[in-house]
Design a protein around this ligand. Sequence first.
Ligand SMILES: [Zn+2]
Length: 399
Amino acid sequence: MYVGGFRKLFDYKGYVIEKVRLTEEVAQVNLRRDRRFTLTCPHCGAKMGKNRTSRQTARDLPLGPARKVILVYEAIQGRCSTCDSFATIRPPGIPEGGQATWRLMSFVSCCARFMPLSRISKLLPVSTATAYRWDKKVLAAELPEPNLDDLEVLLIDEKSIGKHHDYVTVVLDGQTGELLHMAEGKKKKSLQSFFDRLTDEQKSVTEAAAMDRAGAYKEVVSEQIPKADIVFDKFHIIKNYHDVIDEVRRQEWRAASEEDKDLVKGQRYNLFRKPDNLTEDQKRELEELLEVNENISTVYVMKDQLRKLWSYVRPDRAEQYLLYWRQLAKKSSLEALKDFADSLLEAKEQVVNHFRHEITLGPLEGFNNLISRILHRACGYTDIEYMFLKLRRESLAQS
Ligand SMILES: [Zn+2]
């Protein structure tokens, strides 16, 4: 069989095509060592002696209708007398111990960006488990290390992953949205391991760190970057406020008549979502509820009022507004709302810090969308290292 045209497709330096065998579904390409090339030691580059040759195989990219392509090649085990080491020579692009060429693994990794791992086996003869292994390997090799210099603003958050309410701690670069750190749990040590990687100089440039009021992060941040301002940002405060809505909603549901229970039921997300994101039906449901239930209506309206806080630019004006909002809250008879207002005022400094720094929450919100999408695609692989790599790739693509 004439193999000349294939040379460009299987252009492995030091190897030539010996033969190509094609069936409808499988292509087998045999490579043999090109005798014109001398064997050189991969460690020191000196000429190397050959001890023995063995036949090995590696999977490669699909070729025409043949989805399964197998390279059969001579692996040459040699010994370098210059640096006294052993080495195995393979066609370039086949990693050590590799059952596949790097270009096939990269292709699988690329597919894994856009479809769930389980779907890849419909496209290529690769099992889900193999696709997972390859994707992880390619990401680990190709993604740059996190850039830990010039981190002026940090966004710190906890995220729930998996089915068992496992949490991870994440740190993003507040300016670029780059995912810098991800560790199991939401305790002090989950964040401490991030700061352990920073030098004193790298720590000294951080001006602000945004986070949730609850949780263990505040203490670590005050210890590690004492000069940085702690910011309780809009995103987290609104999230906290949703707990107030939830509590009032549950109270009202318990107190409601059978008929009114139906009205309260199923409205949780209508109350949380921005009005713009509701369908016409959802809007109507919500309006009906707000009309008949005064307490739910109050917490809902107060959320709208709270949001207005972040339309301020000047810290002093924002502080005034916060005081005003608390007064409004205190006029209600809802304990959950009043308690929330008090706790917010207690954290006044950290809330107002938002207006002293350029904190944009785009990266965090974008990241939240990302995490649910990626979790879905990784289909059940709750491997934190893998999640980190996948999220990191997307966070870099965004910035
Ligand atoms: Zn050597």
